[in-house]
Design a protein around this ligand. Structure first.
Ligand SMILES: *Cc1c(COP(=O)(O)O)cnc(C)c1O
Length: 412
């Protein structure tokens, strides 16, 4: 008899995005006319085409694959040297941050990396997550058997939730208890919050004191507009001893469909063996990648490399300007509609408070039915997301403007 991993059965059915899709489909079936004017500001996916520099580089790479002399088969599991070098130089060393080329691991996505990283950590860790939170951190811990069952608001026993509220600016302070692994994400999805240098310093100091590891998701780093806000956890002294950083080309280069990201595992990062021996994490992650992964495709890595050229960088800035212009339009619109609005300044997400007495799924249904706009209900990101909804700025400018108009026309 085969046994299954029944931790999967603990996962809340009707996971956020399938449930949204179900409600949107039902709405479209019932309202064929209104369905035609539907605007999606729900899922966090980019909408604009790839930068020209990427297209050119990928075409060229495909042509190389077409000739026996320049054809390439399996590449290095950790990523091609040409890409890791550009990453370490442009994203870190040029900013005065010490990261070696071989501390970069190129992958097919940060979502995968955030989940896969659990492979190299034990099952006895106390794990902290922000609430609301990117669901991947929570669900992968459920799958790995690190939790008990979920309660009615979707919180799992066994995880430590760090509440993100308007009172703390959606940036939780370090807890009094000891955590072994902590997921932090700044700029944040879904709240759009950013952490200051001082706030991150408190987390790094906490991690060093408690010998914890911070899993730092910086997928939206390129959206930071405030000067002085750290783009990398490694800007904080001591972080090389206690943090892993996840970055992705999805949201800056528009690679959500192309698939390329990377993880930084400093060689100076240690964790304990069961016997209490303080041991480097880097060789374990290297081993994990070379055993369970066979590298990102060559044309994709050439495409990612092109994001670091002068043209590539300018084209990325142009994409970010576009999405953040939308964010500004949406923020203004939601404010003019009388809503309390957060985020949307250093992240492509607006985190809006629902009017008093209206739950976040109720707000979702009202906005869908009356404005024909799809947003994401905050409750889907955790219990502390109840009472909020997320508007994504990934759209055309015309759609963002239309959504802003429709939000203002809504009568709550
Ligand atoms: C979009 C996103 C990512 C990137 O995921 P990929 O798998 O690289 O596309 C990572 N973390 C968060 C919080 C995100 O929203």
């Amino acid at each position: 008899m085969a046994y299954l991993n029944d931790n999967y059965l603990k996962l809340k059915s009707g996971y956020l995005f399938p449930e949204i899709a179900r409600r949107v489909n039902a709405f479209c079936q019932a309202n064929a006319e209104a369905a035609k004017r539907l605007i999606r500001c729900g899922i966090g996916d980019v909408t604009e085409p790839l930068p020209q520099a990427v297209i050119k580089a990928m075409h060229k790479a495909i042509d190389e694959m077409a000739q026996r002399e320049t054809f390439r088969g399996y590449g290095p599991e950790q990523g091609y040297e040409f890409l890791r070098k550009e990453i370490a130089k442009n994203d870190y060393r040029d900013h005065g941050i010490e990261v070696a080329d071989d501390e970069i691991f190129v992958s097919d996505g940060s979502k995968c990396d955030c989940g896969n990283i659990l492979d190299v950590f034990g099952h006895e860790n106390r794990i902290g997550v922000m609430d609301p939170v990117y669901p991947v951190y929570v669900d992968t811990n459920v799958m790995a058997g690190h939790t008990g069952a979920a309660n009615d608001s979707g919180s799992y026993s066994g995880l430590v939730y760090l509440p993100c509220t308007p009172e703390n600016g959606f940036v939780p302070d370090v807890p009094n208890e000891k955590l072994d692994l902590v997921y932090l994400c700044y700029p944040n999805n879904p709240t759009g919050a950013i952490a200051t240098r001082e706030q991150l310093r408190r987390w790094v100091d906490y991690a060093i004191k408690n010998r914890s590891v911070i899993l730092y998701d910086a997928a939206y780093e390129a959206y930071i507009s405030d000067p002085g806000i750290p783009h990398s956890i490694y800007e904080i002294p001591g972080a090389r001893e206690c943090a892993i950083e996840f970055r992705s080309f999805s949201k800056n280069g528009g690679f959500t469909g192309v698939r390329c990201a990377f993880t930084v595992v400093p060689k100076s990062l240690n964790a304990s063996t069961t016997e209490g021996k303080w041991t480097s994490v880097h060789p374990l992650w290297q081993r994990r990648m070379s055993t369970k992964f066979n590298g990102v495709s060559y044309p994709v890595q050439r495409g990612a490399e092109a994001l670091y050229t002068t043209q590539g960088k300018e084209q990325v800035r142009e994409l970010i300007r576009h999405y953040m212009g939308n964010a500004q339009v949406l923020r203004k619109g939601a404010k003019a509609a009388g809503l309390n609005v957060h985020g949307g300044v250093n992240a492509p997400y607006i985190w809006a408070q629902t009017p008093p007495g209206i739950g976040s799924w109720q707000a979702f249904d009202r906005i869908l039915n009356e404005a024909n706009v799809v947003i994401t209900p905050g409750a889907g990101f955790g219990s502390k997301g109840e009472g909020f909804f997320r508007i994504s700025a990934f759209n055309s400018r015309a759609n963002a403007e239309e959504v802003a108009r429709r939000l203002q026309a809504l009568k709550w």
